[in-house]
Structure formats: structure tokens, C-alpha cells
Design a protein around this ligand. Structure first.
Ligand code: SF4
Length: 253
């Protein structure tokens, strides 16, 4: 069950779309459906704050291009052992010439091949390969690849997706992002309300379509409760603290 809700200051927090998927489905797969639903109902937000399970380079791009929605959440940091090894050559140390379709490595060698392809999730990718003639005798080889014989290979995302990912990585390093992103925690309260107050984890029907109907009815009931509370001026509940967490200030003081 994937809930999205409004989070405008001073307004009631209302659940907008509810998407239901099999538990084995990756969270990311829900985003295109959620955004299409929001768009179709005229409820498209400028920004959709999500956790990392819902972001990918492709989704950052398609959310913006197809729906004008800023998918706002942390993205995976750089990948590969090189990114976590001091002195190793990760992607950031290669110069990419997008117009010439050539990548230059830290040793000044140019890539041998650049070919558009698809990864195992059917996302477009660009595998780039260097030449064995350059990589085999390279003095810096151990900083670049663990392969005994094969030359260095890189997998790039297409330009726009690559750019979207870089921008998201830069953005998530800022304090503004940390402050703005903190609002996402509110949806945990929504899940908690659905589970504890509306017993949503107890599936009353068999099959995805009927289960989805149950989730929609639950969300509608929650919205009614929320609107009434808002009209009556009931403040939003504060995040509960465990007994252990409550001891923390005493201990540190
Ligand atoms: S191993 Fe190949 S790609 Fe890596 S630095 Fe050496 S020449 Fe460049």
C-alpha cells in the first residue's frame, strides 16, 4: 500500500492517491502510476517527497518531464568499489564528452566503445569500454579495475538521466534538502494511523483489485476523520517517544 498525502502548512493532511501492489513489487514501480493518477485528477503537486526506495535517475527525469513533478528524495550515492576506496578511480574521475561519445580516464586514455543498451530492468544505459591495449599495461590498473585481464568498463546513464542524478546528489548534500526532506516523516504517522486505527494490514478480500478497493475506502475514511479534526482545531499528534528515548536528555544532561 502506497499512500501519498498533502502536507501544506495550516491545511489538513489529506491522502490523495492510494496505490496497491504485491509486496514483492519494488516501491519505485508505484511512482509512474501514482503520478499519472495525480495528474488525471488534477492533483499534481509541484513536489513529491519520497524516501530512497522511490527514486531513480529515470524516475527523477520522467516525473519532471511527463508530469512536472519534482521527485524529492535521497538518491543512491555513487556505486562500485572504486567509490569507497581511497585513491581508486570512480566515475567522477572520468571526463565524459557527450557530444563526441568519448570518455577520458584519469590516465588520459580515451574509451574504445560507446553503445546504447538496456539494463536488466529495461532502463536505457550506455556501456562504455576502454581498450585492452591501454588498460593491460596501465600502471594505475589496480586503482581502476579488479579484473585480471578485461579493460575498464563503465555504465553510464543517458545524458538527461545522468544530469538529473548528479543534480539530485548535489541537492541532497545541502542543509536545505535535509530541512525540507524532514516533512516526509509525517507519512509514517499516516501509515501508523491506517494500521492502528483502521486495521489496514488485515486484508479482507482475496485479490489485488479488491484489496485496492479496501485501501481506497480506508483512505477515504481517514480523510473524513482528518477533515473533522481539522475543522475542530485538533492539532496533529506529536511523534511518540519510546521510554528509552525519553531517558536520553536526562542521561546527557
Ligand atoms: S586501467 Fe584503463 S581506464 Fe583505468 S586508468 Fe588505466 S588506462 Fe585508464
Amino acid at each position: 500500500m502506497h499512500f501519498s498525502e498533502t502536507c501544506d502548512e495550516g491545511m489538513p493532511r489529506l491522502i490523495t492517491p492510494v496505490e496497491t501492489t504485491a509486496s514483492t513489487t519494488q516501491d519505485q514501480s508505484a511512482i509512474p502510476v501514482i503520478h499519472a493518477t495525480l495528474d488525471a485528477k488534477g492533483l499534481r503537486p509541484e513536489r513529491h517527497v519520497v524516501d530512497q526506495g522511490y527514486t531513480s535517475a529515470q524516475l527523477l527525469l520522467s516525473s519532471q518531464k511527463e508530469h512536472g513533478i519534482d521527485l524529492y528524495g535521497p538518491v543512491a550515492t555513487r556505486s562500485g568499489w572504486q567509490a569507497y576506496t581511497e585513491g581508486a578511480f570512480d566515475l567522477s574521475q572520468f571526463q565524459i564528452d557527450w557530444s563526441q561519445q568519448i570518455v577520458k580516464c584519469p590516465q588520459g586514455k580515451s574509451s574504445r566503445s560507446w553503445k546504447a543498451g538496456r539494463d536488466s530492468y529495461d532502463n536505457p544505459v550506455i556501456p562504455v569500454q576502454f581498450s585492452g591495449r591501454d588498460c593491460t599495461p596501465c600502471q594505475a590498473r589496480s586503482r581502476c579495475t579488479k579484473s585480471k585481464r578485461a579493460p575498464r568498463e563503465l555504465t553510464l546513464k543517458p545524458f538527461e538521466a545522468y544530469q538529473a542524478l548528479q543534480q539530485a546528489r548535489d541537492r541532497q548534500a545541502t542543509t536545505t534538502f535535509q530541512q525540507d526532506f524532514s516533512i516526509r516523516a509525517g507519512v509514517e504517522g499516516t501509515i501508523s494511523q491506517a494500521v492502528r486505527g483502521f486495521d489496514v494490514r488485515q486484508c479482507r478480500y482475496i485479490g489485488l483489485a479488491k484489496t485496492h478497493l479496501q485501501h481506497i475506502i480506508t483512505a477515504a475514511a481517514m480523510n473524513v476523520v482528518r477533515v473533522i479534526n481539522w475543522l475542530e482545531g485538533v492539532p496533529l499528534a506529536k511523534t511518540r517517544q519510546s521510554h528509552f528515548a525519553k531517558l536520553a536528555p536526562i542521561k546527557s544532561g
